[in-house]
Design a protein around this ligand. Sequence first.
Ligand SMILES: [Zn+2]
Length: 440
Amino acid sequence: MPVDRTAQTGQYILLRNWIYIATACIFVVILVIGGLRFDPAESVTNSVAVDDSLHTGADFEVDGYGIEADAFETSSGRIRRNQTFSDLLRDVGIEYPIVQSLIESSEGTFDLRGWQAGKKYTVYRKDNLPEYLVYEHNAVQFFIFDLVGGKVYRDSRPIRIKRHYAQGSITGSLYQTLLDQGVDPTLAYELSEVFAWQIDFYRIQQGDKYEVIYDERLVGDRTISVGQIHAARFTHMKDEYLAFHFDREGSVAYFDEEGNSLQKAFLKAPVKYSRISSRYTGRRFHPVLKTYRAHLGTDYAAPTGTPIRATGDGVIEEAGYRKYNGNWVKIRHNGTFSTGYLHMSRIARGIKKGVHVKQGDLIGYVGSTGLARGAHVCYRFWKNGSQVDPNREEFPSAHPVSEENTDLFADLRDDYLHQLDSLAIMDSVPVIVNSSIPAP
Ligand SMILES: [Zn+2]
């Protein structure tokens, strides 16, 4: 009996693989033939209403486990609080040796620490005897426990990629606007990442608008997440910001219409011609306090009065005096990064809270105010609110599209621009159109 079941599982895995390959081929063909052409008239007729239930997080009802459900009686439930794997199996009526075998078989396939209350499970019975248990980890991934053979299989539902086109005007926050327009609001987060260095999404306002071409990832008919953003235009206070995804340049992903990286690199140091006098460390002997303390910054020694420069574009978050920091300036660069510059002899004229600065702008002068011995600037760096050592962080490089890829990029950009323009013309409320891939 167990042999049959293994063969069955193997067969459906084989079939599944074929489906993957077929889907991939269809996808490529669509991309090549029609994906990059976009006709607004056609898209209006193709426009589909957005099903709100896609976003409610309701139960996942597609039985895509690949088990021939007709051959079994099935019953589903959710893992109860404090109900362990063994508890459930015992409740289902599985003998201890099989439970033990399943636990052993789980090693490397299913991490029992990932067993969670609230997750869905389904038991498959034949003539009242339990044969399979499926544990659904998430919308994509599930595990099949062979209750007769004592084996565990890990599998996933095929993910479809669907190209979406969305455009709209800002009515509230970007998140709320997308929600109101029936667009997956996590797109707001993805967009804010793409434009992190260009737009402060806390400051977007009514009248701002967007057009975006992106992928959605689906399992069955259910959207599970926003995939790749291919191109976007965001009009903010009448200024246009463009982003084109181009994957031939290593770690750099998004470029503007001129092929410049949207990602900006930080200057290595806030002062020129200096030396590092103290590095970032979790623990060091403090020369003034005479105790061991963490040093969450990098000290650059330089003569008093040496100009200190902003290491990146941003907005001044604080500029003033504090007991330990002395005269200091903190800059918020985007949703992720902030930097601080301590012990200034003087803050530069015009540098105060709310002021926008560009990379390289003068913000103050080296000094030794606050808790400092000797003239230096203590350079601090925050990533998502926590202090980090910028010398140990990996930042995506910010080089433009390379010369050899210039033509390729230009073609891609023109295609996307054409599509974005077509979207902009359809100045209507929620428009979501797609060229979708047939369901496998
Ligand atoms: Zn320091």
